[in-house]
Design a protein. Structure first.
Length: 367
């Protein structure tokens, strides 16, 4: 439903409980910026802590920006997804973690804090044989650079992620399980703690496509909320909404992907696309088996002499029993390929985006 959020609290509502210093990270004539990040001890603990930024501007009240991943705050990972009923626990936990950082903010002020950025997200579990990498390779066929509000497109990590972005907003699709293995420089999620990485061993056989819509500027957030019929300048509690998350993600899917889906379904039966289909039909087969099936199907399809010529070529090398085994394999794979619909993966992803069900890992544990 929701991952990262940045909320703003006016300095008058923040009490510092100790003299721990803030690091000056930027300074201009009428502007100063300070950072207060978790200590080494806190980072190495079994708890997740937010990042704080203090902003001072001449002529206006100073503010404290609080940035954090909400699911990591509760579960130490962002595979486990939230529900609206979790909000009370989120506020309680955030209050406690800030207090651990010697920063006291009343819960009511956190609830009503102004939101300057929010990332809505969904983990899409793929069950029809398609891989996250395959779907990303299909989605990248769309020319995202032509979309008005995006300035760049990136297809990264050997095809394991696709991102369309601008300064004010972006969306990203990536292979969530593969991302768990990557180091900080290459991962899409750059705040992976040891607990989240430990989930890989129990989830490595799953295929999870991660979809995020990142509203990184307040102006863009307000523009979209107004367009969708929501109140602008939302508080933390108002932004923590299933209706808003679904609306934002569904609209992005419809506008960026669904509107351009004709590109995805102009299917070309070349060698590459045929191998992809065979690998989907045989998800547990070895590479050598997949290539063998590719050669068999390609020969039967493209050679004018068909199976008769194939048998003539192989006569001196195989027995009748081996030949009948080849024919049986061809019939089976042909039947399986015919049953595959080009729309299967698209319908599965679209359905999960529009019908939200929170994903939970088998190893769920609140931090």
């Amino acid at each position: 439903m929701i991952d990262t959020i940045i909320i703003n609290i006016t300095r008058s509502k923040v009490r510092m409980l100790s003299g721990e210093r803030w690091d000056l990270i930027a300074k201009k004539d009428f502007y100063s910026k300070f950072a207060r990040n978790p200590t080494k001890r806190q980072k190495e603990s079994d708890r997740y802590y937010p990042r704080l930024t203090g902003v001072q501007r001449a002529g206006s009240e100073s503010i404290v920006k609080i940035e954090f991943s909400i699911p990591k705050l509760l579960y130490l990972n962002n595979l486990d997804e939230l529900e609206e009923k979790d909000f009370k626990e989120v506020i309680k936990t955030l209050h406690e973690r800030l207090k651990d950082m010697s920063v006291l903010i009343f819960e009511k002020d956190l609830i009503n804090a102004d939101v300057s950025a929010v990332h809505y997200s969904k983990n899409i579990v793929l069950t029809s044989g398609y891989t996250a990498k395959h779907i990303i390779s299909e989605l990248q066929k769309i020319n995202l650079n032509k979309l008005n509000d995006l300035t760049k497109t990136r297809f990264m990590n050997s095809g394991e992620s696709l991102q369309g972005y601008s300064i004010s907003n972006s969306f990203v699709f990536y292979d969530k399980i593969s991302d768990l293995q990557k180091d900080e420089k290459r991962a899409i999620d750059r705040e992976q703690n040891p607990y989240q990485r430990s989930l890989f061993s129990s989830l490595k056989d799953e295929e999870i496509l991660r979809f995020e819509v990142r509203l990184s500027q307040k102006r863009k957030l307000n523009t979209l909320f107004k367009q969708y019929g929501f109140k602008t300048n939302p508080t933390f509690q108002e932004a923590f909404s299933l209706d808003k998350a679904l609306k934002v993600m569904t609209e992005y899917w419809n506008e960026k992907i669904d509107k351009n889906k004709y590109v995805l379904f102009t299917y070309s039966e070349n060698t590459e696309s045929l191998l992809k289909k065979i690998s989907i039909a045989r998800p547990k087969s070895r590479p050598q088996t997949l290539l063998s099936l590719l050669g068999l199907v390609s020969f039967a399809k493209d050679n004018k002499g068909g199976l008769r010529e194939l048998r003539t070529i192989l006569t001196a090398r195989i027995t009748d029993r081996a030949w009948y085994s080849i024919v049986k394999n061809l019939k089976t794979i042909s039947k399986d390929l015919e049953s595959l619909s080009e729309l299967d993966w698209y319908q599965e992803v679209s359905k999960q985006i529009k019908n939200y069900k929170p994903y939970k890992t088998k190893k769920l544990s609140k931090a």
